[in-house]
Design a protein around this ligand. Structure first.
Ligand SMILES: NC(=O)c1ccc[n+]([C@@H]2O[C@H](COP(=O)([O-])OP(=O)(O)OC[C@H]3O[C@@H](n4cnc5c(N)ncnc54)[C@H](O)[C@@H]3O)[C@@H](O)[C@H]2O)c1
Ligand SMILES: O=P(O)(O)OC[C@H](O)CO
Length: 327
């Protein structure tokens, strides 16, 4: 919709024929964006070749677990030098790859592609209402990121650049873990103090891991760090917060996921981050606590009690180590 507002023609491929028909016949997408009229510049396609063969830029907006498959399919038909932009927020469990790394592995076309991430506090539900939204683009090739910045920028959608690709992708992925935890504490009936604690100490552990992986610590004070962390932990639109909230109220994980009907990235990302914390030998108590709730049968209340009962520590020492990149 942002691109259509900027007078671009958008060819929107979906794997669901009913969605394509609805977009073309009614200019709506009721299940995901109820009540919103889509621009007639958005044309639905169920045929990938027809959708991507002559385009300048491809925006991948699918869950992390679908990225490899969709990129394989896209790259079979791309016939010019395109920019691939992804907006997904996750890390692949086991391989522990970031999304641009997965795209690079799966992109098989003989034509070059330039890979860009667009990330930041941006719930689709508010973007479609043209409420002010700010995001960041990053890439190994900043010229491609700047082109994406120009394509998307408008009066309600402001795009920044940041060359720290690792920091941008890690912040976007890991905030979902903390949002799940914030939903859980709200579901347990705890208040704003608990949520502020999760946001603050969550940012510390995201930055601790990200820095160890090669990110610039300053990126975590930007839109894809604290910005996206705030929006996802506090917004009723957040799928991760909502899922956490149901978990906190006692609903089993399987039932929560089937009720959501949309991706809750934080679940698989918790698995990946738990593995990354071990690999990089980084202390991530909130991630580990959430892992114990999601995958080890620990109750939400027990996990909070365990977090609160850890040995005492110095906040300033921790922050100095973090922001001076010693961690
Ligand atoms: N929803 C948001 O406001 C928002 C904002 C910023 C970033 N993101 C990120 O974008 C990604 C997608 O999120 P979403 O909320 O749109 O998720 P979603 O569950 O609504 O899925 C998006 C689309 O991908 C399709 N899809 C699912 N599996 C597929 C597959 N195997 N092949 C092809 N298409 C498939 C779905 O049918 C749907 O049309 C996530 O990584 C999310 O973190 C979402
Ligand atoms: O709805 P969520 O929790 O998947 O979050 C969506 C976006 O990442 C918010 O920026």
């Amino acid at each position: 919709l942002v691109l259509a507002d900027n007078d671009h023609t958008v060819l929107l491929w979906s794997h669901r024929m009913d969605q394509v028909t609805e977009i073309n016949d009614y200019h709506s997408n009721e299940r995901y964006l109820p009540g919103v009229t889509l621009s007639s510049n958005i044309i639905g396609f169920d045929n990938m070749r027809a959708a991507v063969q002559d385009v300048e830029i491809i925006v991948l907006a699918v869950p992390t677990k679908a990225i490899r498959q969709v990129v394989q399919e896209v790259s079979a038909y791309v016939n010019s030098s395109v920019i691939l932009v992804h907006v997904s927020k996750g890390i692949e469990p086991d391989s522990l790859k970031r999304i641009t790394e997965m795209i690079e592995e799966e992109y098989t076309s003989s034509h070059p592609a330039h890979v860009v991430v667009l990330s930041g506090p941006s719930h689709a539900e508010e973007v479609v209402l043209r409420h002010p939204t700010t995001v960041t683009v990053s890439s190994k090739e900043m010229k491609a990121a700047e082109k994406v910045q120009d394509l998307f920028m408008n009066q309600s959608f402001r795009v920044y650049t940041n060359p720290d690709l690792i920091g941008v992708e890690i912040g976007g992925a890991l905030k979902n873990i903390i949002a799940l935890a914030a939903g859980i504490t709200d579901g347990l009936g705890y208040g704003d103090n608990a949520k502020a604690a999760l946001i603050t100490r969550g940012l510390a552990e995201i930055a601790r891991l990200g820095t160890r992986m090669g990110a610039n610590p300053l990126t975590f004070s930007g839109l894809t760090g604290i910005g996206d962390l705030i929006v996802t932990c506090t917004s009723v639109h957040s799928r991760n917060w909502r899922a956490g909230n149901m978990l906190g109220k006692g609903m089993p994980l399987e039932e929560v996921l089937s009720q959501m009907g949309m991706v809750v990235e934080g679940v698989r990302t918790t698995k990946a981050a738990h593995q990354l914390a071990k690999e990089y030998d980084v202390n991530m108590p909130i991630t580990n606590a959430l892992h114990s709730v999601l995958f080890e049968g620990v109750s939400a209340k027990e996990a909070v009690d365990a977090l609160m009962g850890r040995t005492k520590t110095s906040e300033l020492e921790d922050l100095v180590n973090l922001w001076s990149s010693k961690e």
